[in-house]
Ligand binder design. Sequence first.
Ligand code: DGJ
Length: 730
Amino acid sequence: MISIIENDKKRKLFFLNTISTSLVVMVHEDNYVFLPYWGSRIEAIDIDYIIDGITEANYMADTDNRKKFQLEVIPQIYPSYGYTDLKEPAFHFVHKDGSRITDLRYKSHNIYKNKKKLEGLPTVLSEDDSEVLELVLFDDLKQVEVIITLAVFEKHNAITKSVKVINKNSADSLYIEKIASANMDIQDSNFEFLHLAGAWGRECHIKRRKLEQGMQSIGSARGASGHGQNPFAALISPNTDENNGEVYAMNFVYSGNFTASAEVDMHLNTRFQMGINSFDFGWTLMPNEEFQTPEVVLVYSNKGLGEMSRTFHKLYQDCLMSRKYAYKERPILINSWESNYFDFNKESLLKLAEEGNKIGAELFVLDDGWFGKRDDDKSSLGDWTPNEKKLGGSLSNLIDEVNKKGISFGLWVEPEMVSPDSDLFRKHPEWAIQVKNRKIETSRHQYVLDLSNPEVCEYIVNFMTELLSKNNISYIKWDMNRNITNMGSSYLSPERQKEQAHRYMLGLYSVLEKIVNAFPNVLFESCAGGGGRCDAGMLYYMPQVWTSDDTDAIERLAIQYGASLIYPSISLACHISDIPNHQTHRKERIETRANVASWGNLGLELNLNKISEEDKKVISEKLELYKSIRSTVQFGSLYRLKGLDAGNEYAWLYKSIDEKTIVVTYVQINVRPNLVTKRLRLQGLDAKSQYKVNDSSKIYTGEELMNIGLLLGEILEDALSYQWIIKKIS
Ligand code: DGJ
């Protein structure tokens, strides 16, 4: 809900209130726009004393020669460079005359319900739960308009923020060097900086460290959001855990280069920003052109990380993912990658599909290696013609035969890439990202196509349209297996080369928009060597992501824990794989592999024809069980019970929407000698209700389960896990 108060000093206070949070924006009588408050919900009252009460700082410039009016120490909504704030600005424009100062002042505002989609960009949207404040700021001298869009999702406890720049100067161009999507100034610095870091195979590990005076930042300049840092950051009060502490979180609805930073200034205030990475970024706006940034989701929680996560999950499931799939139980798939890699023929594929169906899988996915002459990763990306010799006939024929085994069919593609050894590259070498006369570096023997070129985007739309129109494909895994080096475009003019990374994303989003809309019955899963592009931008187009190429159940615990801070379980694909694990050579019992995969959107990735009958039996039982709890895991609320310390134990709990089914899973990584039994205390139950645990005859109260807990029993084995299905009976 947005309400406005105007006081006798002619200051306007906009209260952006959600059920339990408030963000307050103030238009000062000098038309500067300040940010006096972000935190727990407060009713709309005159709080301009927050700004007036800021005392004078020494050695700071005075705005308009007025004492006690120093922009640098006042929390601002979108700070500029050049006048009395010398901290990191939210944006940096270079004007035609070479000057770099922009003086943005409030011009007008607009409030409306039902947020509009950001053109060409993924957007959090809700028809019945969004109200928008557009603040129009203007620089009179240079005729530049900046519109800050704040959308309040009241029932979802979240706010989105984005920025549009319009060059209203009819004579001069404007050069954008930096443009953050969100700037939040907070009058405190007693925080830890929390983010999700890692690498290929070990994405999304939680990192936290104390903020100190100076700049802390994370980001990506890899052409994708990347394995290294997820586009998420939070400032948390010291000792914040799953249930306690203040959390100020930002998540970027974008899949390309980004930065998130926290600058603690000399006066121990914090400037928290997120946006497109300004490294190797630059954008020319000709007269009357505009630039829209992607948006950032802002979530505040005063009940720790658990509440923050449940807020993100619900928001993304209700307002970001495609309506069609958000609350549709996802099929259990069996993927051919770790089962066969490139080594398959029609017979082995059909055998895998048949075994998959017998064991309970619902979708058979043919991964890499089905096209061109691709028997390894050295060729053929770009030549999307099915290899009929390998498939034993046409692709549609194979699909028919798979379907006859009682299972639907999905396919792997990597449309943004081209192999040097491909007909596509031989025909269009200029389509690969490269700098003329310089070598092009390969990664996994492949180049990246220049999606800043509309012709390249059209080619992708065309081949995907043909593939999906001619074949009965119900799922696509859209992969992207390298980062972008030797950035350069033969399509863009020399002055516009620094636009390439963002134009690549705009091109990709336009391609995805066309394809997912044209084929609404196809379920898309995004992948970039696992979680190299696991972000809210991709989630808008593709409602699930391959969380990591690391399928080891123990390694997965930290990865899934971290990813679950933001992304709902329905979106996180988690597969049961073979032992010794292909990434770590570790061997865990099948029950633990299945239990860990049931944290998210469960699938299979192993050769069913090579495993023991006993393991097959367990898998079959686990799939049957998963189907019975799938709606709880995929639509319910997550409570993480253990694992924030990345220690020896992990446990998590899902509660169904109707609160009647509770699924609890516990994993201990290393066995410890001589330990007596411990209990696992649950969360999120109704204290006074009664619960039945598995088939036990004892009835527990919610109070008991939350305060005393479930008995864990003896854990005398590495990587041992337990799972309990708990039913509320009254
Ligand atoms: C990387 C993916 O993450 C894997 O699951 C698999 O699809 C391979 N690419 C195929 O090349």
